[in-house]
Design a protein around this ligand. Sequence first.
Ligand SMILES: Nc1ncnc2c1ncn2[C@@H]1O[C@H](COP(=O)(O)OP(=O)(O)OP(=O)(O)O)[C@@H](O)[C@H]1O
Ligand SMILES: [Mg+2]
Length: 376
Amino acid sequence: MSGTSLDGLDVALCRIAGSGLATTVSVERFATVPYPEELKAHIRTIFAKSVIDFEKLCLLNPFIGRLHGQMVLDCLQSWGIQPAEIDIVASHGQTVYHAPKSQHRRDKFPNATLQIGDGDHVAATTGVITLSDFRQKHIALGGEGAPLAVYGDYFMFTKAGENRILLNMGGIANFTYLPANGDANAVFTTDTGPGNTLLDAYARKFLNRPYDEDGQLAAQGQVNIALIDALKENPFFDAPFPKTTGPEVFNVPYVEDAQVRSQTTGLSEADLMATLVQFSAETIVDSIKRVIVPGETYRIYMSGGGMHNPVLTKTLRQLLPDCTFGRTDDLGIDGDAKEAVLFAVLANESLAGGHTSFGDRQGVPTVSMGKISFPK
Ligand SMILES: Nc1ncnc2c1ncn2[C@@H]1O[C@H](COP(=O)(O)OP(=O)(O)OP(=O)(O)O)[C@@H](O)[C@H]1O
Ligand SMILES: [Mg+2]
């Protein structure tokens, strides 16, 4: 798995038994293989942009497929495991563009999303049968291609008697609601808006670093309420669940526009960073509050890189004082590995012919996703 943060490839070696609600997963090994700066720069030339060098996109597709395959081989070698011991590689690929209808607003065109790093190249490089390109099926059947976390979260983490919220904070933040009564019709996953994507964009700009480590810059600033209000002025935040978004919407020009509208262009770097953390936290909390019923108790299990930002997590706790916070690690799955594990679970489900019903809420009646690539 590699998400919108472009930090690296998350490689999770999973041992899986069963399928559907009987799925059991143990994560045997996990590593994030960092993307070299040069690769990030190449991807950024085509990433989340509506106008690009088309040849570059074409070249990166096999290049990233091979590279991801090689990264998997390197991990296996460092773990002392032969590729022949691996049944399946589940490869998400690298998202380069995400365009739900609500975003592209071109009536005649469907929801759309594009991941590159073609599975044939992963299979040929690793010599292991590969399942890839999981998101197209979801779109083909009426979804937005994301978030796909709902399937794996429901199978792995649903617990009778406990209202659970699985909050993943990657480039974009999303959560899965798992009600205590286990009602599949009530389960859903939705994006909430930016997680780290704006924080990382400004860390690159202000600090020349990939991210604001431990929220150090944000911790020195004051939140600007006028800017928060301007940042929240987007129909995405009022749209019903489930919904998805990406850095195509939430990017530096988006913030600059909000600064002009709120007359806050003179904010210090620290104040801007503090405000952006508050913006991520408030929009996550605004969404979560829409599912919370007063008097009931909820446990929030965090995952993704945002759980390492203490300014973000402190703000979340302050805004949701009645919820209990933990990490998916408390449920046996390393929070940094969780998104990668979800794709292993999706591959397993396809191989097992998965047919668990999710009701109508997702708009998608199946969990068989992914395409198969043979090594030869
Ligand atoms: N110590 C830290 N302090 C602040 N932020 C951190 C820290 N560690 C990680 N992060 C943030 O987490 C990000 C990486 O998160 P993650 O890998 O979950 O995102 P992603 O690749 O976009 O994943 P996905 O889209 O699959 O959820 C980094 O870019 C950074 O913003
Ligand atoms: Mg990542």
